[in-house]
Design a protein around this ligand. Structure first.
Ligand SMILES: NC(=O)c1ccc[n+]([C@@H]2O[C@H](COP(=O)([O-])OP(=O)(O)OC[C@H]3O[C@@H](n4cnc5c(N)ncnc54)[C@H](O)[C@@H]3O)[C@@H](O)[C@H]2O)c1
Length: 252
């Protein structure tokens, strides 16, 4: 039996990068996966690939910053797969390394909406289900920007610190209810997240000041392997934790 056989997993931001790698690895390890992303065409390609390799995947186009989209996404998952075992809050956006003085209210709201509010809406719905079933796993993809001040701009840094706080609070509160909630804090990973970035000169300069010791970026599959472990029973005693995967960057 594969490590996630009979499990149902929901992965947000599954159309690219880390989310795509997690969804693909989970499916290869027996999970039925729901792929959610704002870009439908990308998740359809990921689902096609999963099914070509004998896995099971369904797609749902959603903007995870919208509470109504999350409600529909969870309803879709339950309707099709009858349950939910593993929630991976992965979708996230960056903020052009914008320092506080230049963060518009629109940028702040957008980054908080995707990186924090969406994961919160999804956790809230998932926890209600998990409490009835007395089990469930949540994995939040944070960042080393959620642990330190100089790895991104103001809104991204604040959103990922808050996501780590959300993770610890849920991990603690529901520790006796069969629910585990952990965060992964990646360093640099080779994905599309910086694709259309227009770095703020001052914010970028501040971030780069600490980048001398940056190891080469990871492959998204490296992060997916960690997510697979955290999703599995092998990680039964790991809860409320933030697992850093940055090649040693922040160990200096
Ligand atoms: N790449 C890195 O170096 C790195 C480092 C630390 C943390 N992370 C985190 O990893 C996560 C995944 O990022 P990635 O690097 O794979 O980026 P990516 O841009 O390759 O993938 C992110 C996916 O999320 C989707 N998405 C964006 N906004 C969305 C929304 N509102 N609703 C639904 N889907 C949405 C995108 O369409 C995309 O498919 C993010 O939370 C990011 O902050 C990435």
């Amino acid at each position: 039996m594969k490590i996630l056989t009979n499990k149902v997993a929901l992965v947000t931001g599954a159309g690219s990068g880390i989310g795509k790698a997690i969804a693909t690895l989970f499916a290869a390890n027996g999970a039925k996966v729901v792929l959610a992303d704002i870009h439908q065409i990308n998740i359809e390609a990921v689902a096609k690939n999963i099914e070509a390799n004998g896995g099971t995947a369904l797609c749902f186009a959603a903007d995870i910053s919208r509470e109504n989209d999350i409600d529909q996404l969870i309803d879709f998952t339950i309707h099709n797969f009858k349950t939910l075992d593993i929630l991976v809050n992965n979708a996230g956006i960056m903020d052009n390394f914008t320092p506080a003085e230049d963060v518009s209210s629109e940028l702040w709201d957008r980054v908080m909406g995707v990186n924090l509010n969406g994961p919160f809406y999804a956790c809230r719905r998932a926890i209600k289900l998990f409490l009835k079933r007395k089990k469930g796993v949540i994995i939040n993809i944070a960042s080393i920007g959620g642990l330190f001040g100089g790895r991104a701009g103001c809104a991204y840094t604040a959103s990922k610190h808050a996501l780590i706080g959300l993770t610890k609070n849920i991990g603690y509160d529901y520790a006796q209810k069969g629910i585990r909630c952990n965060a992964i804090a990646p360093g640099g990973v080779n994905t599309n997240i910086t694709h259309d970035m227009e770095p703020h000169p001052f914010g970028f300069e501040r971030m780069m000041a600490g980048a001398n010791n940056t190891p080469p970026p990871a492959n998204p599959d490296d992060i997916a392997e960690l997510a697979l472990f955290l999703a599995s029973e092998k990680a039964a005693f790991i809860n409320g934790a933030v697992v850093t995967a940055d090649g040693g960057w922040t160990a200096y």
